[in-house]
Design a protein around this ligand. Structure first.
Ligand code: FES
Length: 128
């Protein structure tokens, strides 16, 4: 595992999120009321960039395409894709799947994300 510097803490205000390319994958860094969190960038449903989505209630990210919702702190599915009507027909092949999350460390005003050495899960966008 390695810590990779993402940005200065002051660059991302509370309530904001931003996508970053690390050495081998893309992540989203979120600044919530209680600190920084990171998840994979792409939705696990059909791979829409979640940085285009919105944060709801200060703790959930909603995908902009089919409106799946994920707990930012854990990556857990809170509500699966439900828009437009009929999208549930994809569930047998695109069933519920949590987001990969990454440990975040803040040191001397900088934000670092811990990246594991093994390959990312399906849907985690790799930097090539
Ligand atoms: S791509 Fe995110 S809910 Fe379908």
């Amino acid at each position: 595992m390695a810590l990779e510097k993402v940005c200065k803490a002051a660059e991302l205000p509370v309530g904001a999120k931003k996508a970053f390319a690390l050495s081998d994958r893309f992540i989203i860094l979120y600044h919530l009321e209680d600190g920084f969190y990171a998840t994979q960038r792409l939705c696990t449903h059909t791979f829409t960039p979640l940085d285009l989505g919105k944060i709801i209630g200060g703790e959930v990210i909603q995908c902009p395409l089919h409106r799946a919702r994920f707990e930012i702190r854990t990556g857990a599915v809170k509500r699966w894709a439900n828009f437009p009507l009929g999208i549930q027909l994809l569930n047998p092949v695109r069933g519920e799947k949590d987001l990969t999350t990454y440990r975040v460390v803040v040191k001397r005003g900088a934000v670092y994300v811990e990246i594991e050495a093994e390959p990312a899960d399906e849907g985690s966008e790799k930097v090539v």
